[in-house]
Design a protein around this ligand. Structure first.
Ligand SMILES: [Zn+2]
Length: 227
């Protein structure tokens, strides 16, 4: 069985997606990439995480070919591949239809620097990827374009969000942080009063994030307060 540890992580964090209310039902999907193999392990399409066995996780290359597995992979495999091909050091991706990120996405709003915690994504604003039909190469291509600003996460218009990281723990921690920041932004917008941090203020926060938290050997990203 290829990538057994990655499969175990995907099932464990998939169950957390439900428990943490980042997604409902079978929406949302998770992948882990092994750059040495050139393969990613990705959650299968349409199977609840509670019912997902290790052999249900699908192993694919980054060009849409199944390497190991009998199940149909998540329809968003090209979206996940876009992160691994973007040259941002991503080795795990969480995609979810979490309530507040999805609300912003339906308002046509990027995730702005309302709270400094968004610096965990490595940028001062998380881009809004234009709307394309889910599961299409066009959505993946538009995401690849948006990732050129160096962000580890994106908002997908009228769809949801994606977070990436050097580990699945990092990616999942960023997903939680994005959702928290999205709720704060939505509350500010609902109150029609929002102070957005300046680029200069965010640059200082981004610098601080490089040395914040407990850095482990072999881990090139720190874990945010949600990690
Ligand atoms: Zn989706």
């Amino acid at each position: 069985m290829l990538m057994k540890t990655a499969r175990e992580e995907i099932v464990a964090y998939g169950n957390r997606l439900i428990a943490d209310r980042l997604t409902v039902g079978t929406a949302g999907n998770i992948s882990v990439y092994d750059p040495e193999l050139g393969y990613m392990a990705i959650s299968p399409s349409g199977i609840p995480y509670a019912d997902t066995a290790l052999e249900d996780v699908v192993i694919m290359d980054l060009h849409g070919n199944i390497v190991e597995g009998d199940r149909k992979p998540s329809s968003e495999f090209a979206l996940h591949s876009a992160f691994y091909l973007a040259g941002i050091g991503a080795k795990a991706v969480v995609h979810a239809h979490s309530m507040y990120c999805t609300t912003l996405s339906c308002m046509g709003e990027p995730l702005r620097s309302v709270h400094y915690a968004i610096a965990e994504a490595g940028t001062n604003e998380l881009p809004l990827v234009p709307y394309y039909t889910f599961g299409t190469p066009e959505l993946a291509a538009a995401t690849a374009e948006a990732l050129k600003n160096g962000s580890r996460g994106v908002i997908l218009a009228n769809h949801g969000m994606c977070a990436s990281g050097a580990t699945l723990k990092n990616a999942y921690g960023l997903a939680l942080t994005m959702e928290w920041c999205a709720e704060v932004q939505w509350r500010c917008m609902s109150a029609a009063k929002m102070n957005v941090l300046t680029k200069e203020e965010m640059d200082v926060a981004l610098e601080h994030y490089k040395t914040y938290g407990q850095k482990k050997s072999g881990d090139n990203q720190v874990t945010g307060y949600n990690g």
